[in-house]
Every structure is written in structure tokens, then in C-alpha cells.
Write a protein that binds this ligand. Structure first.
Ligand SMILES: [Zn+2]
Length: 67
């Protein structure tokens, strides 16, 4: 019974904190939204958008900064 309770608590914490969303963004280049020479990247994990100069890839994750 204690084991089941522990698993439930771990599951609830994972659902609330969602650590996998903060770890890494999965950036996808959005070629339709080119503006002023920059490239727009959209994260498929958290929905963040980031505009960068051409030739650069985003290395940071914006998850958690959208609140
Ligand atoms: Zn993200």
C-alpha cells in the first residue's frame, strides 16, 4: 500500500513540475515566418518562439518563462 502511495506521489509531482519540458526545447525552423532577415524558430515542446540571425541555432529552452 505504501509503495502504491509513493508511486502516486511521484506521478503527481512529475505531472505538476513537468521536468521534461524544462530540459530541452525541440526547436523547429519556421520558414514561413521569415522577417527582417532573421529566422524564426518554434519549439514544438513548449510553444516558445525565438527569432535568431541566419545561421544560428537556438541552444536555450524558454520553457517556464512563458508564464
Ligand atoms: Zn521549449
Amino acid at each position: 500500500m505504501i509503495v502504491i502511495l509513493g508511486l502516486l506521489i511521484v506521478f503527481a509531482v512529475l505531472l505538476i513540475l513537468r521536468p521534461w519540458e524544462r530540459r530541452a526545447c525541440r526547436w523547429r525552423q519556421d520558414t514561413r515566418k521569415l522577417a527582417d532577415g532573421r529566422v524564426l524558430f518554434t519549439c514544438v515542446a513548449c510553444g516558445a518562439e525565438l527569432a535568431l540571425p541566419k545561421g544560428r541555432d537556438p541552444e536555450i529552452c524558454l520553457a517556464g518563462e512563458q508564464e
